[in-house]
Design a protein around this ligand. Sequence first.
Ligand code: S3P
Length: 432
Amino acid sequence: MILDVIRGRKFNEEFVVDADKSISHRCAIFSLLSEGENKIKNYLHAEDTLNSLEIAKKLGAEVKKEGGVITIIAPQKIKEPDDVLYCGNSGTTIRIYMGLLASNEGFYVLTGDEYLRRRPMRRVIKPLSDVGANIDARENGNLAPIAIRGNKLKNFNYVSPVASAQVKSALILAALHANKPSFYKEPFLSRDHTERMLKGMGAKINQKLTENNECEIEIYPLEKKLSPLNITVPNDPSSAFFFAVAAAITNSKAVIKNVTLNPTRIESYRMLEKMGAEVEYILHEDQYEPIGDIIIKGNKLKGIVVSENIPWLIDELPALAMAMAVAQGKSVVKNAKELRVKESDRIKAVVENLQKCGIDAKEFEDGYEIIGGEVKSAEIDSFGDHRIAMSFAILGLLAPMKIHKAESIYTSFPNFFELFKKIADYRITDAD
Ligand code: S3P
């Protein structure tokens, strides 16, 4: 599918984006640990999260949908599925399910699309294998498809070399089924939805943060099934950020409604503020997570250096790069090597495509340098990556863009096109 962005407009609009992807995945997966009816309002109906829900069904969950509420009832015991479990494009689905299934008796095979099958899985397979999990995968235990023979695992004391919420979540789920308490340490606090939600469901998990945001977690084995979830999933600040950048680069105003204001998720808005945009946060409620609105007003932007708190804005760096491309002066992103193992190599995808738009951009092993300039019309290769496709669609507000493989947008943000209509004229064609 090709997305042709023809022209953009200056705007003053409200955006109700789709539900949060990370939290929706966790609703489907964690429901399997509960007893009773999990009630989930505003579940994200995108390809990635529907795959997580479909897998829950294949593992024996009963799923009902009525008037915007999904009810999930877990089976007494997780069922051995009679086919492969398909995770599509979603790293969160495959990695978190690995932790759950490695510690549950049965045989499971997890796989995904051509992009997911290229992403590293050893970061979860290795620590799980160290505590007795039977997992094998292509390329000497690194790439999907992944075969798991679930069994009882030992408790652990694991210091993770990466700050990754997917790795952390997989290990926390494994620890819930161990015989003694486990300890997990990550070099920097990654998004903490898993800890918040599981604690809300009754799991005993203690988290300690050091001054530098190193994070230590103590996880106790489950003594009984968890209480069911009763949750309205907040909207996704990572999806909304495309419209925040749109406001910032066109001198417009965007009002983003009901997103999670969890500090591990909104660092990119703080960076936009540092670049010169006006940003206001309005807290409405706290339900597992702080939830509220964000208002962004465009202004003259200046280049910045982004080298800290990277796990808190990793998903938004491609969109932030679009603001860097039009800001005055030089911007630098460092310490962000993880960008290379996301849905695409996002360092290469950002830099190569910006160069096509006439912007001076340079690639480093762990980031990039961008010198703001005048954006020219270009043909963009999204590398099949939703966030690259949407980032350059936003840049299309300033010069026409032809974006290839734009169907990836449906993996996380099906309502993007509807909202994009408010601020741009565009055409979609099937050829690609
Ligand atoms: C996610 C964690 C992040 C993020 C991804 C979603 C999650 O990856 O990039 O889009 O829902 O746990 P890490 O595992 O690298 O933190």
